[in-house]
Design a protein around this ligand. Sequence first.
Ligand SMILES: O=C(O)CCC(=O)C(=O)O
Ligand SMILES: [Fe+2]
Length: 366
Amino acid sequence: MEEARSRKLGGSLKVPNVQELAKQQLSGVPPRYIRNNDDENQLYNSSILLPHQLPPVIDMEIIKDDDETELNRFHLACKEWGFFQLVNHGVSSSLMEKVKSEIQAFFNLPMEEKKKFEQEEGDSEGYGQAFVVSEEQKLDWADMLYMITLPTHFRKPHLFPKLPASLRDALEQYSTALKELAMKILYMMARVLGMKAEELNVLFEKDATQMMRLNYYPPCPQPDRVMGICPHTDSIALLAILLQVNETEGLQIKKDGAWIPVPYRPDAFVVNIGDILEIVTNGIYKSIEHRAIVNEDKERISIATFFSPKLDGDLGPAASLLTLQSPAQYRRIGVADYFKGYFSRELVGKSYIDTVRIGNEDDESN
Ligand SMILES: O=C(O)CCC(=O)C(=O)O
Ligand SMILES: [Fe+2]
């Protein structure tokens, strides 16, 4: 436990609680949240999207039967989208519903209760906001509760174990169910990529890291001037599995230069490829920029679960995917160093992976 307490994921400056701010019936949003009207802020895409322009929906039940067509759709979803909705995934709808209602209840708790989980100096885990490194930086219109959930001995004693019992129990079951699901997804990927199973085993051994980020986006009087979570890729993850907790939509992914909404589906998980999987697959699968926008009168809630290799290992492109024609595009790096670098900077689009891209060594200090 001592070890867990001292393991800090790099700090973030303290920022106001946005849920509290939103309750103050502001006529306008404080300037720190107002985004410039640049390209990134083309908030609303008014064109009507056709079904093939929406992220693919993959059915795990069909894949289980070794259906080549579905396996191929899965491979293309990973390669060309980096994002897909997953249905018939084996996680029970009763567990999904329980997790949703418990998370909703957590954010409905009085502020004094939630503040018990407040981030500590120098640490991104806890209740607050991450990636705030300067007073000048624009802020996201959201609060979050961020925690390492696996391995269990990395859990901070004042966070996961102290959650309200019903939320803790739901997240405990959810953590186990999602670990199993993530392994299945990764093995399906290894299979369609022709990777050696050991190359994934090594990443997913006993001390593989799982983190959960509960996101709360309050309603906002000027939703088209702010960002719920600014454009980013999930840099410390092999995979992220997201559950949209309520029906308010807001997640968008960047595809061919356009922001595409991910519809709410109560039975689906949204799966996306993180930077670490891009590195491991030597760029065959790519992490995709995504963001969340907010709503004028409805709150939005989501829970993202991130799967990463164990902290004391290292990561780099899988040897079985390297050939003379496709040499390594990323260098090997220790997982702990890679994590530390990530938490000490602002979250900016798809940029962190460039620090390990071969040929980019001059930029490493940026
Ligand atoms: O709330 C969402 O839909 C996206 C959250 C997200 O991208 C994250 O937590 O990394
Ligand atoms: Fe994300």
